[in-house]
Ligand binder design. Sequence first.
Ligand SMILES: [Zn+2]
Length: 97
Amino acid sequence: MLLIACPWCGPRDEIEFRWGGESHIRRPTLDESPSDEDWADYLFNRRNPKGLHRERWVHEAGCGQWFNVARDTVSHEIVEIYRMGEASGHSPSGKQP
Ligand SMILES: [Zn+2]
């Protein structure tokens, strides 16, 4: 069981949260005239790394806020937690990936 430190509520049990997939996915803009492959990549293709992975989580049973988590997929160690729109490296824990 993971202990996840919500940036607003503090550490809570994993069961209060819902995983939202890979974070920092960039939506193609219409100015770029994205191809069908570009859209398919944006909609369906995700990284599945062995090691550090940046993910979105929502504190569903708490404040309802979304935030980013940098987690090691092998050890499940949470390396960093930061708010949406916040740059990596500004975790309240001071840790950096
Ligand atoms: Zn919360």
